[in-house]
Write a new protein. Sequence first.
Length: 224
Amino acid sequence: MQRPLIALLALAIALAISPAALADDFNLTFTSTYSSAPGPGVSPNGVSGNGTLSGVEVSPGLYEITGGAIDVGGYDTYASGTLSLIVDSTPGIPAASPSGAFRYDDLLNVANPTQELDSYGLLFGSGGPGGIELVILGNGSTYTIWEFDSSLAQGNLGDVDAYALSFGNFNVTPAPEPQSWLLLGTGLLALMGIAYRRGKSLFAASNLGISFKSPTGFTGPRGR
């Protein structure tokens, strides 16, 4: 009886941590190590933040990101608070941002940990007219964070004062799906129940003087 219990426990754990259970949800963080705007001169305290992403795998390791949000802060940044992902209306093909300041494709390549974003990257925004757009771009092993404040530009996309530029680090990790934890918890509870019932059976059998010899038969006072 002990071996089946161990096998069931191993199966529950394997299912909970399998790649399929980690497929479509991601946690992300980003920090800038160099910023050139919005204030004059250069500041090392640019934009930083964290958030979540969700997407669909379109080829091995390559995801089309379809939802998510980031919480943004920092000293040298136009953005502050929560920005939502702006979904690419032409999946896989770079599209223009609502303001026209950027082009983006919302693709994430987890198969290449040294360059998870391409040169179009992920676009986030505060929404509404006069809002802020933030795009995170890949450039080899470094990442570029551009911001655009529509309220400063006033329709002039060439206004350099409406842009903020930072260089920094970007990190993304798979996030377990809630169903995986539910599966693991259910499996563990079931195993605990089996173990509890087995313990009660053995206790009762010992009190009655019964000794089991197989799952289908027993010896003892009533087995003779």
